[in-house]
Design a protein around this ligand. Structure first.
Ligand code: MN
Length: 216
């Protein structure tokens, strides 16, 4: 009998990690049990990750995986702030509920917290004003999403800077939620899952790993 093959979109994610050592999810393509999580929309998550450099991993649920970007400065509410967002490997859906400490020496070693989480709506429009499907929008290098998180609410746009590059810009869309004075990266530092800061997570040498598969 042939083994069920893994989702090829997760090959890079799986190749980079030793699941005998790290407690990160080993990644069934559509979450545990192959079910789509319940909820009013696809998920997004922002994980603060104190690895070689501090960054915020922004991930959107698209067709059963989590396309991802590493955002060094994190998201901004100021529409004049262009935040670098480096596209990284797609992550498994289970990853949206992961926080804990990735062991030193492993890929991405360091503490991770779920800094924000929720659902999103795709606002990306095509040439005739129709909604462009997320997979196609990513391929073309421009997505606009309305986030409904605990810290992030409103529309953000992600735009690839060059055709073949991994560097994108994440910018707050000028809408009713835009607010240059609001800075959740500086002012709202705790995990929406555990209430811990990433520093508190990292300081706990015996830190267990939390997993949550809740929809938001
Ligand atoms: Mn990361």
């Amino acid at each position: 009998m042939a083994r069920r093959s893994a989702d090829p979109r997760l090959d890079t994610y799986l190749a980079k990690r030793d699941f005998a050592i790290t407690s990160e999810p080993a990644g069934t393509p559509k979450g545990r049990g192959g079910t789509t999580p319940p909820g009013p929309g696809p998920r997004f998550v922002v994980q603060q990750h104190d690895a070689t450099r501090m960054h915020y991993d922004f991930r959107l649920e698209v067709d059963g995986v989590l396309p991802s970007w590493a955002v060094p400065k994190g998201p901004s509410y100021d529409p004049t702030e262009k935040r670098l967002a480096v596209r990284t490997e797609d992550h498994p859906l289970d990853y949206a509920g992961f926080e804990g400490v990735i062991p030193h020496g492993e890929y991405g070693g360091g503490p991770v917290i779920v800094w924000d989480a929720g659902i999103y709506h795709n606002l990306t429009s095509g040439r005739r004003g129709e909604v462009r499907p997320m997979a196609e929008a990513l391929e073309r290098g421009h997505v606009k999403v309305w986030l409904e998180g605990e810290k992030l609410q409103g529309a953000w746009a992600l735009t690839r800077m060059s055709r073949d590059g991994n560097e994108w810009l994440m910018v707050k869309v000028k809408d009713v939620t835009a607010d240059a004075d609001r800075d959740p990266v500086a002012d709202e530092t705790r995990s929406v899952l555990s209430g811990r800061t990433v520093q508190e997570m990292g300081a706990d040498r015996s830190a267990p790993t939390w997993h949550s598969n809740r929809a938001s």
